[in-house]
Design a protein around this ligand. Structure first.
Ligand SMILES: NC(=O)c1ccc[n+]([C@@H]2O[C@H](COP(=O)([O-])OP(=O)(O)OC[C@H]3O[C@@H](n4cnc5c(N)ncnc54)[C@H](OP(=O)(O)O)[C@@H]3O)[C@@H](O)[C@H]2O)c1
Length: 295
């Protein structure tokens, strides 16, 4: 009788140890700043009463306290106007004791999040999403990096996945993920330095590219779009795109990809934890820049 073939199982690339390493480094930087009399401060603004958003803010405040950050907070009512939001941002922008600032996403439907983002002082933009910071990334100037792309670079480096000189294919060119990740991984640096290709709806035969990728990053936000036949056997698969159905998380990467890939991020606990860690790295670096100890 022929032996039953056991499906190969990819090595898992969890995000938690990466996040822990980044947070440990951040805590050491916070301690060094405090020794010089600087308390790094990450301010948050929440608009409205969405339970999930309030929960995310609490998690960030707890993490901030654990790391030794001050975390001033402004909670605006759901009825706040765009002007109210901009005034709250301006107050934190003008406060020299505040080094980082984030507005919790999403904001109530009558408010324009992108317009608010553009009023944040770019040097305090811990999400790294201000257009000026996207420009800094494009030309290689120092500044806060977009958190999820930076988290993916850190995740690959931590798990010793070689990136330099290899072919990375990113499915998705969105402003928060695919586009900045492509810029980041093409930079001249040992943990980047890749040949990067970006595919999207304008490339209907995108699997022609993904099937030859050494590293495939799913960044589309289309549940199950990446299936085993889209993955080169032995390739590294990073699942960053997700959609939520209520509280249920629906990843871009079909579970069966683990039977083809050589290494893969877990369905839960992959890229997500690294994103949060990068927020704090950006915040402490903003404090270092404001204090003149980092360029
Ligand atoms: N894990 C995390 O911490 C984290 C953080 C941020 C974002 N995300 C997730 O990452 C995903 C992308 O975010 P984003 O803001 O960049 O999204 P986005 O702006 O909606 O971009 C999605 C991209 O995917 C492409 N795409 C969608 N359907 C496709 C299809 N059927 N075939 C080929 N390409 C397709 C789109 O192509 P076109 O440009 O041609 O429309 C677009 O470039 C979302 O799921 C988001 O939730 C995760």
């Amino acid at each position: 009788m022929p032996a039953t073939a056991t499906p190969a199982t990819a090595r898992l690339l969890p995000g938690a140890p990466v996040a822990e390493a980044v947070l440990a480094e951040t805590a050491a930087s916070v301690a060094a700043l405090r020794e010089r009399g600087v308390t790094p401060s990450l301010a948050t603004i929440l608009v409205g009463d969405d339970d999930a958003s309030a929960g995310y803010i609490r998690i960030k405040q707890r993490q901030a306290a654990d790391l030794g950050f001050a975390s001033p907070h402004e909670h605006l009512p759901a009825t706040a106007t765009q002007d109210d939001l901009h005034r709250a941002i301006d107050r934190f922008n003008a406060d020299p004791a505040v080094h980082g600032l984030l507005v919790q996403y999403p904001v109530p439907g009558h408010l324009d999040y992108d317009a608010a983002l553009q009023t944040i002082d770019p040097d305090k933009d811990v999400d790294g999403m201000h257009p000026l910071n996207m420009g800094r990334l494009a030309v290689g100037l120092p500044g806060p990096l977009p958190c999820t792309p930076a988290g993916i670079e850190a995740l690959l480096a931590y798990h010793e996945i070689p990136v330099s000189g290899r072919e990375v294919v990113i499915l998705g060119r969105g402003a928060t993920l695919g586009r900045p990740l492509a810029m980041l991984l093409a930079q001249k640096r040992p943990t980047a330095n890749a040949a990067v290709t970006v595919v999207h709806t304008g490339v209907p035969d995108w699997d022609r590219y993904t099937r030859r990728a050494d590293i495939l990053v799913a960044a589309a936000g289309v549940p199950g779009i990446v299936r085993p036949e889209h993955v080169r056997p032995g390739a590294v698969v990073v699942g960053a795109g997700v959609r939520y159905a209520g509280r249920r998380l629906l990843p871009d990467v079909d579970e069966a990809c683990a039977e083809v890939a050589g290494a893969i991020t877990p369905r839960v606990g992959g890229v997500g934890p690294t994103t949060v860690a990068m927020l704090f790295r950006n915040a402490v670096r903003a404090a270092e820049r404001a204090s003149g100890i980092r360029a």
